[in-house]
Design a binder for this molecule. Structure first.
Ligand SMILES: [Zn+2]
Length: 160
């Protein structure tokens, strides 16, 4: 397994729409493993393939209170509802966080790491992460959802 470099905004690949995975071969298994490894190394909670420069619809998630990663290949959010203000950051936008609105819950479908079709109902942080990472696959950054410019804040430790 490898740790892959995470690309940072404004790299143009972050603004591209990723393509559905259609080749389910060993290279996909390796890519997913590398993404999980990269996510663990970064100590983030989610990573989309765009962020390692691969325009395929793959996301990996690791919730702080769970001891296994979640893999979604060709994920799709099929339903969502509610609205809550949350604080959010992104591995591709280091040094910043921001306040955005996310759904209270989402229903998502996709293939897991065993390529089984999976349905998931999620709320809280998992729902937020699913929205954040599926946004990446569509070229959307979390700060696109800011209501006002001031909602993007530089992290205190990095202020001069
Ligand atoms: Zn992100």
């Amino acid at each position: 397994m490898s740790i892959l470099p995470i690309i940072e905004y404004p790299d143009r690949l972050l603004r591209k729409k990723a393509k559905p995975v259609t080749n389910f071969d060993k290279s996909l298994t390796k890519l997913v493993e590398d993404m999980v490894n990269t996510l663990h190394d970064s100590q983030g909670i989610g990573l989309a393939a765009n962020q390692i420069g691969v325009l395929l619809r793959i996301i990996v998630l690791q919730m702080p209170d769970e001891n296994y990663p979640r893999v979604f290949i060709n994920p799709e959010i099929i339903d969502r509802d509610g609205n809550r203000k949350v604080v959010e950051g992104c591995l591709s936008v280091p040094g910043y966080h921001g306040y955005v609105f996310r759904s209270l819950w989402v229903k998502a479908v996709g293939l897991n790491n065993k390529l089984e079709y999976t349905k998931l109902y999620a709320d809280g942080l998992l729902a937020q992460a699913l929205e954040h990472e599926t946004d990446h696959l569509n070229g959307i950054m979390y700060f696109d959802h800011l209501k006002k410019h001031e909602d993007l804040i530089k992290n205190p430790s990095e202020q001069e």
